[in-house]
Design a protein around this ligand. Structure first.
Ligand code: MRU
Length: 387
């Protein structure tokens, strides 16, 4: 476990060190910045389920490293570690079984963010290429250590690519906000550095503009029930020295009606082929409000968040979480102990309410289907959904 102060550059919530996978435990923020190592598939699965690591891209990154931990466990004779250890056929099978077992388990951690399945699909395909022979000179040779190295390199590539493409999202979004002459935006939940490898999606344009000396004010919805806006977004923006105003979710209408923001900027957990957007519950009402007040509603996302296999938002599985998250607030009871609760973690914003998508390859305007197809063609190929 590591504790300590950080420099003020956007935080890296998921990292790989010589000792393994290390995450910032986001359930402890804003009170405590604590990192902890995850050493097994089960620990990564639990950390994703408990929202210690959260946000669509960060979940995918953590799961990719979880697959590496899975083959390490198998090598030590743990999970999926049955079968012969000799080189050749049996070892290949044992390696692939370990990869599949880890990926199957991690795919069950949370259902909505498609980045999880995208990353696991990439890891499965890399494992098969490594073991059976593919486009890398080392593929098909070298045995367990070489195959494991190929997997680790794939997970590191997913992490590094995310950093780069969030910066690209930031550049495109910064251009849009400059065109609008924006000096303030409204956001929901946390689609910042804590939700990605480092720079965030919805907050990336804010960080890019800040680096150019233009400090936008960010109005942040608390984002009940788990308060990702209050606990995480307000924390990371303050830490970066940026102006932030926290509001109760129900105050968003007032902020929009008073003309205090020139754009609403949110992230996404999954975007269907027609442009419908699953994101943190409370995003849909914000989009309705933005339309009512003539404020542009932008969704920032990497191509790995687009799910071309799901035609519309109706097909997106929406996670429902336990009742205690609503019956309590910050651990304190705020409702009768046994009251019935409905607790969807996400909602679906119809594409008609989206002004534009801000992606690593540029801005996509309506009609969205074609632009999203072009963006996600590569990312979606061979994606493996949980059974
Ligand atoms: O339940 P969470 O905290 O994982 O929900 C996160 C969100 O809804 C984010 O807005 C989304 O994952 C985009 S993160 C770049």
């Amino acid at each position: 476990m590591v504790t300590g102060m950080e420099a003020a550059e956007p935080i890296r919530p998921v990292e790989w060190t010589e000792e393994g996978l290390v995450i910032v435990d986001q359930t402890l923020l804003p009170g405590e910045l604590r990192r902890r190592w995850l050493r097994s598939v089960e620990e990564v699965y639990a950390a994703i389920r408990r929202l210690e690591v959260r946000g669509a891209p960060a979940i995918g990154i953590a799961a990719a490293f979880g697959v590496v931990l899975g083959v390490d466990e198998a090598a030590r004779g743990g999970r999926a570690g049955t079968g012969g250890g000799a080189a050749g056929g049996p070892e290949r099978e044992r390696f692939l079984r370990a990869v599949e077992a880890a990926a199957d388990r991690l795919a069950k951690a949370r259902p909505t963010a498609v980045n999880l399945f995208w990353a696991l699909g990439r890891m499965r395909r890399r494992a098969h290429r490594a073991v059976l022979g593919g486009d890398d000179r080392r593929d098909g040779r070298g045995g367990w250590a070489a195959w494991r190295q190929a997997l680790l390199e794939e997970a590191l590539a997913i992490l590094e690519e995310d950093r780069a493409l969030c910066l690209a999202i930031g550049e495109h979004g910064a251009g849009l906000l400059e065109e609008l002459g924006a000096d303030a935006v409204l956001t929901h939940c946390n689609a910042g550095s804590l939700a990605t490898a480092q720079y965030g999606t919805a907050l990336a344009p804010v960080y890019v503009l800040a680096a150019r000396g233009r400090r936008l004010r960010v109005y942040v919805d608390e984002s009940r029930p788990l308060l990702q806006g209050a606990r995480l977004t307000a924390w990371e923006l303050e830490r970066a020295g940026l102006p932030v105003t926290l509001i109760a979710d129900s105050a968003a209408a007032t902020v929009l009606a008073r003309g205090w923001v020139q754009a609403v900027l949110v992230g996404a957990d999954r975007v269907a082929a027609n442009g419908d957007v699953a994101n943190k519950v409370g995003t849909y009402p914000l989009a309705v409000l933005a339309r009512r007040h003539g404020v542009p509603f932008f969704v920032a996302l990497p191509s790995s968040t687009v799910d071309l296999e799901t035609e519309t938002g109706e097909g997106i599985p929406i996670e429902e979480r336990g009742p205690e998250e609503v019956r309590t607030c910050a651990g304190q009871p705020v409702a009768p102990a046994g009251v019935e609760v409905f607790n969807p973690a996400f909602d679906v914003t119809p594409h008609e309410l989206v002004t534009a998508f801000i992606t690593e390859r540029g801005v996509i305007r309506p009609p969205f289907a074609e632009g999203l197809r072009g963006l996600a063609g590569g990312a979606a190929a061979g994606r493996l959904h949980p059974s």
